[in-house]
Every structure is written in structure tokens, then in C-alpha cells.
Design a binder for this molecule. Sequence first.
Ligand code: AMP
Ligand code: GLY
Length: 427
Amino acid sequence: MKILVVGGGGREHAIIRALKKSPLCTEIWCAPGNGGISYDAHCKAIPATDVDTMVAFAKEEAFDYVVVAQDDPLALGMVDALAAVGIPAFGPDKAAARIEASKVFSKDLMKKYGIPTAKYETFDDPAKVMEYIRAEGKYPVVIKADGLALGKGVLICQNEQEAADGVKEIMLDKKFGASGNHVVVEEFLTGPEVSVLSFCDGKTVKPMVSSMDHKRALDHDEGLNTGGMGTVAPNPYYTPAVAERCMKEIFLPTVAAMQAEGCPFKGCLYFGLMLTPDGPKVIEYNCRFGDPETQVVLPLLESDLLTVMQATTNGTLDKTEVKFSDGAAACVILASGGYPLAYEKGKEITGLTAGQLDAADVTVYHAGTAIKDGKLVTNGGRVLGVTATAATLPEALKKAYAASESIHFDKLHKRSDIGARALAAMQ
Ligand code: AMP
Ligand code: GLY
């Protein structure tokens, strides 16, 4: 099969590496891809959001299957557009992608179907938002812009003044664009966070191994929110008892709700959960693989990824085995100094050969790299994800950190405490 993966980050690199293990995969492309991905796949410089050009390219090259890995092309209906020209694709259609693309849609869905989540109200009038927040009088309070805001449209406000400033930023100054026309105001929840990615075919849901993201830029969960500075899998807080409860109270009801709403979900449904004192609750849904969760989840997948993906498209997931190893994985992100704010690009990366390290059980996934004048250089905020697998989490972390020491570029920044919380929870 000739496969196209749409996107160009570490997640896409991890998907490509997993797909290449499939005996069914004979040729693999990535659009737009990146410098490091070009060692593993043919890259084509089409922006992931350019649906028309992407679909025309897919048709011209006669791809057998397309994996739409990124959120915005899914929200724009790339899977629908591919289906219209007869090309099957992995990922939800436009209607089902609303589960991530619209917080109002997902919150209303959870309310209607009794799926546990933070208590909330939605608003389109800035004056009404503040009226509600003042009347509730509970801080911190969480304010979320409705649409896709690159993970940055969530404000946690400690007092009335911060809430008023936040509402102004989102709804009046439109800091996150049109996604600020509607906001969700929700109660602040506490507890460990768990990411559970799952395969869905519209009716059946099969969860993958659990993982833990590290969203803040600096050690001890300080600094700004980022796309993710590192991940570990499995997540020790996600015990078999918690998993059973999540399946019953969250996963199955969500899949049934999407079916009942006439938009069955096919692809990877990501449950962002918080294990609160009142039980597991949904913080957010994503309509795609997480980044950098994928970089620790897929290396532990023992089943054939392409076969499982096709089963989600064909509706045969109930008959398809999805098996993970009992081991552990850790991913340490090497970022450009300054990320998630301004950072420089074009710094030469040393220590890698053809984008990889020669170390057992270690893979370097490329998030933001380019090849310039024959040299590998930085080209994004998150640059590389150094991932190691091992029998246990402490070993995986040790290997990932040791490997990351051999890679250098100017102003490299990484957290030094990825997995620390997970290890503490295992004591
Ligand atoms: P989201 O983009 O919805 O995942 O939110 C980003 C991050 O903000 C989450 O990973 C949580 O750490 C935090 N967050 C979001 N909603 C809440 C909430 N209701 N209570 C506490 N923290 C939250
Ligand atoms: N790592 C969080 C996300 O992919 O949204």
C-alpha cells in the first residue's frame, strides 16, 4: 500500500515509523513533513491545512490510504474531501472532529449524555461572563476559548481581576481569533492528569496504553504552557480499577453519544482526563493522536498499526486485536530556548547520523527540523523528541536522558524532571 501521512511534527514521525513496520506498507509519504522525517518518508511541501491541494495530490499520486494526523485539517473536513474522491483516510470526518474543534460542542455533549466533566456554562456575551463569574465567586476559575487555539486558549484565573482581563483578551481583543466569539467558563478541577488515546471505528473503542504529558515549559511544572515537553507511558495513576471506571463512565458513553448525535467517531479519540477526588473527569477531548503522547504510545504497540487504522475506517475494530507490550517508554523533548515564546531557528544540530542516534531502544523523533545546505538544523519550538523503551519506566527515563546528552544545538532547552512525578507515584 502507498500511504500518505498529513502533518509534519514528532507525532507524524512516530506514526510513520510505526507504519513502516507494517508488511502492508510499501511506500510512504508525508506532507509537509520535516527535515528529519525526510530520512524515513518522501516529503511533499503542501501545508497540512491546504485541503484542496492535498486532496488533488493524493488523487494524482493514487494513495491507497491517508492518515490525517493533525487537528486543523480534520476540523476543515479533509477526511470528507478525501472520501469524496474515493480515498479512504484515518481520522474523523468534519462533523465528528467538532469533539475537539468546538469546546461548546464537547461540553454540551458531555452534559446531555451524563459524561463526567467540570461544571460549566457557555457564553457569547462578555458582560454575562463576568456576571456569572462574580455570582459563582469561586477561584481559580477556568476560561476557555471555543475553537482550536493551539492548546493556548485556556486561562486559569486566580481572582476577579484576572478573570476580567482574561475575558477581555479572549472575547474583545480576540487574542485567539474567532475562537474567542464563544467561551466556556468552568470549575477548576484538581488531581493527576492522564492521557488515554483510543482507536474508534464509530461503535467500538479500544484504548491504547495510558500516558502522562508535561505541559509546562520548566521543571517542577513552572513556566508557560507548551504543546508538551515530554511524556511517559504507562501512566502509574491509571490503575486497572481506574481504567475500568473510565471505560464504563467515559469511553463507552462518549462513543455512543457521538453515534446518537449522528456523527460517529472514527480514528483516534484522545481522552484528556483528570483523576479528581470525585472520580475521573474529562478535561478535554482531542480528535487525533496527542503530541508528544504518540511518541511513547506507538513504540509500545505490538499490533500492526496499519491494520488497526484500517479497521477504524472499515468498522471492523471489534474483530481486530490491539495489543501493547508490558514495557514502558519515555520521551524527552529538546526545544529551542525561548519556546513557547519567541525563539531562533536555523541552529545546527550535532550528534545525530541521518537524524538518529546509534543507541539500542532509542528513537529520535523529529518535530521541528530542516535540512539546509546538507546540514540538519532547528526549525521549530519543539525540535526533537528523544524516546526510549525499556522493561520499566525508570530504565526508559534513564536511557532517554542519557541519549539526549549526545545531541547539541545552540540554546537547547529540555526539562530535567520528565517522569519524576510518575516515579514518585510508583513508590
Ligand atoms: P485543555 O486545552 O482543555 O486541555 O487545557 C489545558 C490544560 O489546562 C489542561 O491540561 C489542564 O492542565 C488545565 N485545565 C483545563 N481545564 C481545567 C480545569 N477545569 N481544571 C483544572 N485545570 C484545567
Ligand atoms: N499533548 C497534548 C496534545 O496533543 O494536545
